[in-house]
Design a protein around this ligand. Structure first.
Ligand code: GLU
Length: 503
């Protein structure tokens, strides 16, 4: 019988979570939910030098925002805790001892200076079967001497003893069989007495084993570690989990990994939430604060490295859970395409709770020193404008004329539509409109059209001149939606003012 599905997301709290890490977690989530399995949240904080305060909370907040839920782990509890590696020291010590007792690992006492000298003396030096005999360790010195040094308080590390000349096979669900020879591996440090902590490799596989992880789904950057992990599982006599190494997230152009620099260069965030770098004034922008909806980010990321094999772009979380398939993940890196994310955001903005956009627009109106008038007024403008935007931030720029009369008229629009006859058209139209008791756009439109026809004018020439007068340029939604919203008095005031100003 196959093991129940248990996957984990195991970040190191070294700063804000990169969007690539978000995708890794999303794929773990989809996989777990599809199989009715569990998703664990583990914090890999054994490298105390790189610990950043606030990072753990940031990661939790990010997934909360994105709607990705965990079943066990830091802040969620569960039967395999504690889930922070820094709180599991005693567990790792025990397993380091198991390897030492079985002769699969050994003590090493080489100082930094000694290691530097060895690297200096031998190009491409690696600590392995060929070199360990001339270094200072419990194999070259003997166990009695090693025990004596330890009793004297000499700092040491524990290294994994790698047997050379062995083929190591990693069966990867995305990449197939990855084979390497153990001779290229070095005797990795598993534990350091200095901080009484294991290194990533030991802690990672001990925890995956104890937490009953069935599938390790992680970024391609961890692929080189996996043969070592396979050997570690073997040394303990444990069954290794299934591996799946996800393709890299690439910069919009070229073959480089997507970095914060690319985001800065092209003007998009690479983090889910805004991040304030602790102890500085520096902030990194986040998708949430930049106006992206969590559904858009999730849908976009899901398709960055995987596709369901049909042409479907828009998917709910439930659909993704149903369709997700590791074997359909690409081996090749996926280019980050911000235009595509904007396209998804546009789609989800049309469906989102209008209050989100109303609040955003109201804040923009106030920030620009204008009057939002009423909630009803703002809601109508949002209804007219939302199909034209990809981000809520674009609202003010697109629809400021609903809240403030134009103070200038755009050059290009004037050139095209404010022809010598324009003032006369607009003046006559104003006189006609003045007589209209019913200002409702739907009633008004056919009347205006009849009037234009009766005069023998061209509709485009009249209505575009009128639009430029009301808006300040030739843009915006349907003109009668604008007059409706501005009201009779304001519409006529703007039109007459344009005639004055543009004389
Ligand atoms: N702590 C590693 C990271 O920061 C985990 C790698 C893994 O998933 O094994 O991504």
């Amino acid at each position: 019988m196959s093991k129940p599905v248990v996957v984990r997301f195991a970040p190191s709290p070294t700063g804000p979570l990169h969007i690539g890490g978000v995708r890794t977690c999303l794929y773990n989530y989809l996989f777990a939910r599809q199989h009715g399995g569990k998703l664990l949240f583990r914090i890999e904080d054994t490298d105390s030098q790189r610990f950043v305060p606030g990072a753990e909370q940031y990661i939790l907040d990010s997934f909360k925002w994105l709607g990705i839920t965990f079943d066990e782990g830091v802040s969620f509890g569960g039967e395999h805790g504690p889930y922070r590696q820094s709180e599991r020291r005693e567990i790792y010590k025990k397993y380091v001892q198991v390897l030492l007792d079985n002769g699969k690992a050994y003590y090493a006492f080489d100082t930094k200076a000694e290691l530097d000298a060895a690297r200096e003396a031998t190009p491409n030096f690696q600590y392995d079967a060929l070199t360990r005999g001339r270094m200072r360790n419990s194999i070259s010195l003997g166990m009695d001497e090693a025990k004596r040094l330890i009793a004297n308080g000499e700092p040491y590390v524990v290294r994994f003893l790698i047997e050379p000349g062995e083929d190591v096979v990693v069966n990867d669900l995305i990449r197939g069989e990855v084979k390497i020879n153990s001779s290229i591996l070095d005797d990795k440090v598993l534990y350091k007495s200095a901080d009484e902590l294991p290194t990533y490799h030991l802690a990672n596989i001990v925890d995956d084993h104890l937490m009953e992880v069935s599938h390790v789904i992680r970024g391609e950057e961890w692929l080189p570690s996996s043969p070592l992990h396979v050997l570690l599982y073997r040394a303990f006599g444990w069954e290794a989990p299934q591996f799946a190494h996800l393709p890299l997230l690439l910069a919009p152009e070229g073959n480089g990994k997507l970095s914060k620099r690319d985001g800065d260069k092209y003007g998009f965030p690479v983090f889910p939430l805004q991040w304030n770098v602790p102890g500085t004034d520096t902030t990194y922008s986040g998708y949430r604060e930049s106006g992206y909806l969590p559904e858009a980010v999730v849908n976009f990321l899901a398709l960055l490295g995987w596709n369901p094999g049909n042409d479907q772009d828009i998917m709910t979380m439930d659909e993704m859970i149903k369709l997700f398939d590791l074997s359909k993940c690409s081996k090749n890196g996926a280019h980050f395409d911000i235009k595509r994310l904007l396209w998804f955001n546009h789609h989800y903005l049309q469906q989102c709770d209008e209050k989100v956009l109303c609040d955003a627009l109201k804040a923009q109106v106030v920030a620009n020193g204008a009057d939002p008038k009423s909630d009803e007024y703002v809601r109508t403008v949002v209804g007219l404008m939302k199909e034209r935007i990809n981000l809520p931030q674009e609202l003010w720029q697109q629809c400021n004329f609903f809240f403030a009369a134009p103070t200038a008229y755009e050059e290009k629009s004037l050139k095209k539509w404010w022809k010598p006859e324009a003032p006369q058209y607009v003046a006559e139209l104003c006189d006609f409109l003045e007589t209209q008791a019913n200002w409702n756009g739907e009633t008004l439109e056919p009347k205006v059209m009849d009037w234009i026809a009766g005069k023998g004018y061209k509709t485009g020439a009249v209505m575009n001149a009128f639009r430029v007068a009301l808006v300040g340029e030739a843009r915006g939604p349907q003109i009668f939606a604008i007059t409706d919203q501005l009201g009779k008095e304001e519409s006529l005031r703007r039109a007459r003012k344009a005639i004055e100003v543009l004389k």
